[in-house]
Design a protein around this ligand. Structure first.
Ligand code: ADP
Length: 227
């Protein structure tokens, strides 16, 4: 089995193809992420980070190129199979938490596991373990509205990891927080990632946060270059 968790080769993507307003976002993206490796993706807004993360996470398909997750080539795979692999192997984190407001922090992490057939006791134990790792266990029974912005994001990290994916894709995960909180929440994210041996690609504008990851890449004219 391949040691690489994510492999992108020759990825290209354009929007509004063939029209006057065609925009080429990704030209020729190659990226390999090893087991347990954390890669920073640094680029200004509009450079194509979200497009790349969505393609890597099987939420979108490239015009050209190949996506492999844990050695498995996704090219030509049915939507059903792609969805199944995404649900098992990929966890997404966004700038906004997107937690379900009517459920508690714990329930937000339990529900994706129940949907995957995990028994409720086991799902609750895992949710509590994840919340403990990010320091939010005392808030487990609170709904998102009763949590601070930093706590909401910590819960969102746990939810992304609920089904023990091999890869986390994060799009400006602390971009909505003030600098002090952002620093602490990012530290919690890194501890969670390191503690679970996860591979991750984390998009950020923040060069200090990027420097704390294993490798830093910049998006430039639809390609990735070392920072
Ligand atoms: P980033 O995440 O780096 O801000 P995006 O991947 O969201 O960048 O977008 C890259 C470029 O592609 C932007 O110019 C954006 O306007 C354009 N774009 C993104 N999605 C679409 C879409 N569905 N249709 C047309 N253009 C899009």
């Amino acid at each position: 089995m391949s040691d690489l968790i994510l492999e992108l080769s020759g990825i290209a993507k354009a929007y509004n193809k063939g029209k006057a307003n065609e925009v080429t976002v990704l030209r020729d993206i190659d990226l390999s992420v090893g087991a347990g490796e954390v890669v920073a993706l640094v680029a200004p807004s509009g450079a194509g980070k979200s497009t790349l993360l969505h393609i890597a996470g099987l939420l979108d398909t490239p015009d050209a190129g190949c996506v492999k997750i844990a050695g498995q080539d996704m090219t030509g795979m049915s939507d059903r199979k792609r969805t199944a692999i995404r649900r098992i192997d990929v966890g997404f984190v966004y700038q906004f938490h997107h937690l379900l407001p009517e459920f508690t922090a714990l329930e937000n992490i339990v529900l994706p596991q129940l949907a995957n057939g995990v028994p409720s006791k086991e799902a609750e134990a895992r949710a509590l373990d994840l919340l403990t790792r990010v320091g939010v266990a005392p808030r487990a029974s609170h709904r998102p509205a009763a949590l601070s912005g930093g706590e909401q994001q910590r819960v969102a990290f746990c939810r992304a990891l609920a089904n023990a994916p091999r890869l986390m894709l994060a799009d400006e995960p602390t971009g909505n927080l003030d600098p002090g909180t952002s620093d602490q929440v990012f530290a919690a994210l890194m501890e969670l990632v390191r503690g679970t041996g996860l591979s991750a690609v984390i998009a950020t504008h923040n060069l200090d946060l990027a420097a704390r990851m294993d490798r830093q890449l910049r998006m430039e004219d639809g390609r990735l270059v070392a920072l």
